[in-house]
Design a protein around this ligand. Structure first.
Ligand code: ADP
Ligand code: GN1
Ligand code: MG
Length: 368
């Protein structure tokens, strides 16, 4: 069957009342497959996604999480909440059988959203976008902070649990399933030297100093959609919204939004934390987040950027050693290129860490 014929059939399973015209692949995510579907109605487009069920093992609960969060946000948007009103509502379109997702005959899982008109950026080009992105993620956290935490399931258990990630890493290094370890001595040492330091957030969670809050857990900058007037209008990619620390979200957004190089940049000379983007993002974020963060969270914001860069680099490295089973790769060696780029970024954060902390302190003191 032609791919568009397959997508047309899948689309017809959803309750849209519109006829399929065409579908185009969009986005640069490493996990799901995303298409924009145009219909015979010029104003009605949809976002059709094949959910990666190798990675997400409990699709019904994952979809329930997304339904809870999108409805919660939409209720605030339509109730006239001024701040929520800056967002466009992301909405799940049910199937003809009133389900949140469709399982096709080959066992693939699909979902449909309204298409939000906007663009997303893999890298950030100016401080205005960084500021607005920071504010948008702050607002997302604020607006979802009253979602009852027990209504969210853990879609990937221990997702950002560094102890478990390091355990998996050591296991795969010992097993060395595709004989790559001999080429990776430097990278493995890089990880080992930082293992103790990277336990910090987990320890603070374990002893109750950092609270568990509703967390997006995948705040790559390209999960923000901006409209034509350059306003942040929607946060997408809600598969991993679950209990966690909001520091994961701050850190991951800095990892991707305060580095002018792409995540898999091969020219490591181009990879660096950009202090101006860091400051702009942090300022936008704190405009909202100062309402709810506790002092322990505030004092670990800068560290969270190092932590998330480390853990994502570690996951790319682990997957490379494991034979590229998790992330979609576009060429052999892609995962190690991603890992090296993340580790370089982390080194630059280590060099500029005092500056990063000073910026947060100045923002908190209202001096920026
Ligand atoms: P992945 O998990 O693969 O990253 P995402 O949910 O982030 O999948 O979708 C990939 C990209 O598709 C996003 O970065 C965004 O650019 C675009 N996108 C996702 N959902 C929508 C939507 N509802 N409307 C418009 N664009 C979307
Ligand atoms: C994946 O789906 P995508 O590409 O936005 C991954 C994130 C990583 C990111 C690294 C479910 O996100 O955890 O931070 O790649 N998502 C999952 O680019 O593992
Ligand atoms: Mg994404």
């Amino acid at each position: 069957m032609e791919p568009s014929e397959e997508l047309k059939n899948i689309f017809s399973e959803f309750n849209t009342g519109s006829g399929f015209k065409s579908a185009a692949r969009i986005g640069s995510g490493h996990i799901n497959e995303t298409y924009r579907v145009s219909t015979n109605h010029p104003k009605k487009s949809y976002t059709l996604q094949k959910i990666n069920s190798n990675i997400f093992k409990d699709i019904p609960n994952l979809m329930k999480n997304i339904e809870v969060v999108t409805r919660h946000l939409e209720n605030k948007i339509i109730s006239g909440d001024k701040e929520a009103g800056s967002f466009s509502a992301l909405r799940l379109i049910p199937t003809r059988h009133n389900q949140l997702f469709h399982e096709d005959p080959s066992g693939n899982y699909w979902r449909l959203y309204n298409f939000i008109k906007g663009i997303s950026f893999d890298t950030v080009t100016n401080t205005d976008y960084a500021f607005k992105g920071g504010k948008a993620f702050g607002l997302f956290q604020f607006l979802t902070s009253d979602v009852p935490i027990e209504s969210l399931s853990e879609t990937i258990p221990n997702f950002h649990n560094i102890e478990k990630r390091l355990e998996s890493f050591h296991k795969v290094v010992n097993a060395d399933p595709v004989n790559r370890v001999k080429h990776l001595i430097r990278e493995i040492e890089f990880v080992k030297r930082r293992e103790d330091e990277m336990m910090l957030l987990q320890n603070l969670i374990n002893n109750g100093k950092i609270p568990i809050r509703v967390t997006h857990n995948d705040t790559k900058f390209n999960n923000i959609l901006f409209d034509q007037k350059d306003n942040a209008v929607c946060i997408v990619d809600l598969d991993t919204v679950m209990p966690g620390t909001v520091l994961f979200d701050f850190g991951d957004a800095i990892r991707t939004g305060a580095n002018r190089a792409v995540e898999d940049e091969s020219d490591l000379g181009k990879v660096s934390i950009d202090i101006d983007l860091f400051e702009a993002y942090s300022k936008g974020y704190m405009e909202i987040a100062c309402r709810f963060l506790n002092p322990e969270e505030v004092s670990n914001l800068a560290f969270s950027a190092k932590f998330m860069t480390f853990i994502i680099g570690l996951r790319f490295l682990t997957d490379h050693i494991d034979g590229d089973k998790y992330y979609r790769i576009h060429f052999p060696g892609h995962n190690i290129q991603r890992a090296r780029s993340q580790f370089r970024l982390l080194e630059t954060m280590e060099q500029k860490f005092d500056k990063m902390k000073a910026i947060i302190a100045r923002i908190v003191a209202g001096k920026v």
